[in-house]
Write a protein that binds this ligand. Sequence first.
Ligand code: NAD
Length: 357
Amino acid sequence: MSRTVLMLPGDGIGPEIVSEAEKVLHKVNDQFSLGLRFESGLVGGAAIDETDSPLPDETLEKATRADAILLGAVGGPKWDSLPMAKRPEKGLLGLRSNLELFANLRPAILYPQLASASSLKPEVVSGLDIMIVRELTGGIYFGQPRGVRELESGERQGYNTYAYTESEIRRIGRVAFEAAQQRGKKLCSVDKANVLEVTVLWREIMNDLCREYPDVELSHMYVDNAAMQLVRAPKQFDVIVTGNMFGDILSDEAAMLTGSIGMLPSASLNSEKQGMYEPCHGSAPDIAGQGIANPLATILSAAMMLRYSLNEEKAAEAIEAAVSNVLDQGLRTADIMSEGAKKVSTREMGEAVLAAL
Ligand code: NAD
């Protein structure tokens, strides 16, 4: 059965890093006889320049048909003065909402070889491997009603609505329990059930779901404590599941534990496991076109794609092992450079991963 992967390089360093990840995907496609077919499309600023739209119909059609999407990054100063509806970011948001990508998976992995890149003590973070599962299409960012209104007193009041339905909680819960089953079998659900009714329901549904996953150990933590624990003893976590706003904040905090944004992949999935995979970083216009961007976050995103959308665990593990291997060899792009290591370009890093495969 042939499966299609859509490559969307986007803007800035996007084309440089996606090109390296594409070579890696071609290699494992041959090595493991995966039967993948590759297509490409325009999104973001590159799409605006060609078609006047950040998400052309043709790209959306290809994305809908694809089994998985690998995206570089979008945006840059060239398009910053455009009206909101025409900005490159609208391309990303359009893909997320059209494909109903409600589950955002962000691993924060600190390879022992890079432990000195973190602002925390090496012994606190070395070998860190957490997965944050964030609900992406609901919660307070989307709740209605919302706005700024004038009260009878004449004073203005800003307001938002924090709401989750049972089914929204259940579907993100399932993604998290399944992710925990594929990893260390520990799930921590983060809420604010001492204050917010929404998260009382959240906790109840997570407890309910737990009965279907007897091999996973479920715990609960208030979000304020989770924020502290992430910097105090982050290795206590395996998988964390939480709502949109708490996840937004905690996943950035966890990313920074690793100190190297060029290393962090992410996945956004829908209920059919169709997914969009992208590095956590942006289009880095400051270094675009110089051949010095770190392609590893994008290459690791391709590994996540093989694991979560294409069910090809062995190929995913092979890529992750190859990345670890090139770090062992002391190869570093500028962003993760340290004393005694060998500085390499974007292309050289990609070639080294290919060789290690
Ligand atoms: P950024 O992540 O692009 O860059 C932040 C810093 O990290 C920069 O100094 C950059 O050079 C560096 N960096 C990022 N990725 C790197 C890599 N792979 N290798 C080496 N260094 C890397 O964030 P920003 O500067 O705030 O945003 C730049 C543009 O990217 C903006 O237009 C923003 O809207 C967009 N953006 C897009 C996405 C996305 O496509 N998902 C996410 C965030 C920001």
